[in-house]
Design a protein around this ligand. Structure first.
Ligand code: 5RP
Length: 233
């Protein structure tokens, strides 16, 4: 797609995504997140690989990213082949003033959390619409299919509303790369993101939810603002 065909939001994503690619240097192991913003980073990394002979290995967070990087010719390694990941670049759905996140709109947050935890540094790329004073939800939750009635009961007891995420054709639930179901939980309020994350993740059957409150100490956010990328953290 040529640059003139991009929407304003996509241009903002491009500005953030391209800027993040500047943080990558020769020899790095790079966690590659999922979504439309980090896709711009991957496109830019491909250019740097050809133009500068940049030598990196990517660790993908989803089948979508694995296929995208394969098409771009970015070399990949599995988590089992690396000790640590130098930098992970990923997107987010909401980012609060303390750099806590909600992720998982792309149903990839389980692998994204594993890769984030294994990373020395995390760079979150986003357009300005993702910034908020406080996280509000909905919160994606990946669950083991067998646990569906139990998890629904437990979330109902907590209040709010819950939807089983369906595919675009509405012909069945979205199935994650891990073979699980995704719920979208809208709590009444999120007073303490870390506490809510812990409570949801403790429900038997939950693999993990999309609140990422524990990585703020190693997170930098890049927002693709109109007059240039804004770096936070
Ligand atoms: C996938 C994610 C994505 O990073 C998040 O949904 C942002 O996507 P996009 O960059 O397309 O807005 O968490 O699980």
């Amino acid at each position: 797609m040529s640059n003139t065909e991009l929407s304003l939001q996509d241009k903002a994503k491009q500005r953030a995504g391209f800027k993040a690619a500047e943080y990558i240097s020769n020899g790095m192991i790079v966690g590659l997140g999922t979504g439309s913003t980090v896709a711009f980073t991957m496109a830019r990394l491909k250019e740097r690989i050809s133009a500068e002979r940049l030598s990196i290995y990517g660790v993908p967070t989803s089948l979508q990213t694995m296929m995208r990087t394969g098409a771009l010719g970015i070399p990949l390694v599995g988590l089992e082949q690396v000790q640590t990941i130098d930098i992970t670049i990923d997107g987010a759905d909401q980012i609060d003033s303390e750099l806590r996140l909600i992720k998982g709109r792309g149903a990839a947050h389980v692998r994204e959390r594993i890769i984030a935890d294994a990373s020395k540094r995390i760079i979150i790329v986003a357009d300005p619409s993702k910034l908020c004073a406080d996280l509000t939800g909905p919160i994606p939750i990946e669950i083991v299919p067998f646990s569906l009635p139990h998890v629904l009961n437990r979330l109902n007891q907590m209040g709010g509303t819950i939807q089983v995420r369906e595919g675009v054709k509405k012909d069945g639930p979205v199935i994650s790369d891990n073979g699980n179901i995704i719920l979208d939980y809208q709590p009444i309020t999120i007073l303490d993101p870390m506490q809510l994350e812990t409570v949801i993740n403790m429900i038997p059957g939950v693999v993990c939810c999309g609140i990422f409150a524990e990585f703020t100490h190693k997170t930098t956010v890049i927002i693709g603002e109109e007059n240039g990328p804004r770096i936070i953290g």
